[in-house]
Design a binder for this molecule. Structure first.
Ligand SMILES: Cc1cc2nc3c(=O)[nH]c(=O)nc-3n(C[C@H](O)[C@H](O)[C@H](O)COP(=O)(O)OP(=O)(O)OC[C@H]3O[C@@H](n4cnc5c(N)ncnc54)[C@H](O)[C@@H]3O)c2cc1C
Length: 460
């Protein structure tokens, strides 16, 4: 591409245009997942909607592959693209809380921690994920599950409105009353339909929570997983509780004697006072052996949300696979135990996030996310700081997934996929909603400009 064209593009932006000669290039192209090393041609650091429109028009007219980046946490690194244009929204961080309507307007560059920080003084929170450094934009557009999901639904169930720059450069607002079909597609369909420049969320009363991790030695895992499976459907929705198989990291604050031990973990969050939380958990805990660790206590919700941030800094090797799970049979639990026992690194994990309660009260066809009958969203993540372990964590994740997948539903959460599972998995994830998504893709992005994602191809 001629330098003159690039210079003119840079001059038309308020934000910085970073090319391969820029001193910040190597820092700016880094993603959360250290396994991904892409070298884009240009990174447009947009600071406002005008910059986004200019960048979309430039990418399309110059026929560049275009990636949309917000928090940069995407597993396969869809926030960047080899030899293409990155539309980087990480600078667009505005937040406005409206306590009277309990709504929050959020810029696409915000992390969930940014929003928790802004809403907490109002005694409010939006249901996001479980690590505060994750970008709100990518998480929301994929669906979004976390501690508050059972009571308040997925993040998309709380998305009221979005401003979007479409592939042709037009700016539209998607809400229930304007471009309702686009809002439907954004609620789970990922970054396929345009660049979201602002989100409007419904927030809920959440302040201090009774929360934290409880861990048992993995020798008890079979009875814990079985008891947890039977307990969750009867538990009050104020209680969020995900279960996992992992190892205790060899680092403070974990007690020395547990470093490297294999554990079965429960991370619970009761949105209410401690006595009520203890009562809610009693049927489960009373039926189980005493845990090795119980760190549940009253804490501000943002403290829970950022509790695991330090364990998972930017730049480690990550390989993910997930599935939606309807029933956790005894045979499935046995398969989990067998594979989890082979974990190749201390940070690798398997988590089962409950997606029942409020998630089930929305119909399969009401949003792009169709897995409304799943009771859990499961993730297996092979993680290690050492790049030389990339092969080992990848192999472990794939083998683990192959062993448990026959017990699960066909699809999985799009935000827990890498880019090697093929189109059939994307189709399985959206199920009966796929044809409508493909038709909307043809309406809003007929040339598939936004294809660096879990791609939904435009219907012919
Ligand atoms: C440590 C960690 C913890 C996680 N925990 C959870 C969890 O608890 N719950 C959960 O649901 N998920 C969780 N995730 C998965 C997370 O939802 C995805 O990684 C998601 O892609 C992150 O969004 P991002 O904005 O940071 O990503 P980015 O890499 O910036 O973007 C990912 C993709 O989203 C799309 N996109 C991003 N911004 C926009 C935009 N403004 N407009 C249009 N499209 C856009 C694009 O297709 C882009 O390629 C976690 C991920 C990590 C790494």
């Amino acid at each position: 591409m001629e330098q003159e064209i690039i210079t003119k593009f840079g001059q038309s932006l308020r934000g910085a245009l970073i090319d391969r000669n820029h001193t910040e290039y190597d820092e700016a192209r880094k993603l959360y997942n250290g396994m991904i090393d892409k070298r884009p041609l240009l990174i447009a650091r947009c600071v406002d909607v005008a910059d986004v429109i200019t960048a979309v028009n430039f990418g399309r007219d110059q026929k560049l592959p275009v990636a949309i980046r917000s928090g940069g946490h995407n597993g396969p690194g869809h926030g960047s693209v080899e030899d293409g244009l990155v539309i980087d929204l990480s600078m667009m961080k505005g937040i406005r809380v409206d306590p009277s309507s309990r709504t929050v307007r959020v810029g696409p560059g915000c992390t969930s921690g940014d929003v928790d920080h802004a809403t907490h003084p109002f005694g409010l929170a939006v249901p996001f994920g479980i690590v505060s450094t994750t970008g709100v934009a990518g998480l929301t557009l994929g669906g979004g599950s976390g501690h508050l999901t059972r009571k308040y639904g997925l993040t998309i169930d709380n998305l009221l409105e979005a401003d979007v720059v479409l592939a042709d450069g037009k700016f539209v607002t998607a809400s229930k009353t304007s471009n309702a079909d686009l809002l439907w597609a954004l609620r789970g369909g990922g970054g396929n339909f345009g660049v979201v420049t602002s989100f409007l969320f419904q927030a809920h009363p959440v302040g201090m929570v009774f929360a934290g991790p409880i861990a048992w030695e993995q020798s008890h895992a079979r009875e814990i997983l079985r008891a947890y499976r039977d307990f969750i459907p009867k538990a009050p929705e104020e209680l969020g509780a995900f279960v996992g198989l992992k190892m205790v990291p060899s680092t403070p604050p974990f007690p020395n004697e547990f470093w490297g031990a294999r554990i079965c973990l429960l991370v619970a969050c009761y949105n209410g006072p401690e006595p009520d939380g203890k009562k809610a958990l009693a049927p489960l805990l009373n039926a189980l052996p005493p845990p090795a660790l119980n760190w549940m206590s009253m804490m501000p919700f943002p403290a829970l949300q950022s509790m695991f941030d330090g364990l998972y800094p930017k730049g480690m090797q990550w390989y993910w696979r997930g599935d939606f799970v309807k029933t956790l049979s005894d045979a499935a639990i046995d398969a989990h135990l067998q594979e989890a026992a082979k974990t190749p690194s201390e940070l690798s994990l398997m988590h089962l996030y409950p997606t029942d309660g409020a998630v089930h009260r929305i119909g399969k066809q009401e949003t792009a996310w169709s897995a409304r009958d799943a009771n859990w969203s499961m993730v297996i993540a092979g993680i290690d700081p050492n790049p030389q372990k990339a092969g080992a964590v990848t192999r472990w994740t794939k083998d683990y997934w192959a062993a448990v997948h026959p017990h699960d539903l066909a699809g999985g959460y799009s935000n827990f996929m890498m880019d090697d599972e093929g189109e059939s998995r994307v189709k399985a994830t959206y199920g009966e909603n796929y044809p409508r998504l493909a038709a909307l893709k043809a309406k809003y992005d007929p040339a598939n400009l936004f294809r660096i994602n879990q791609n939904i191809r435009p219907a012919p």
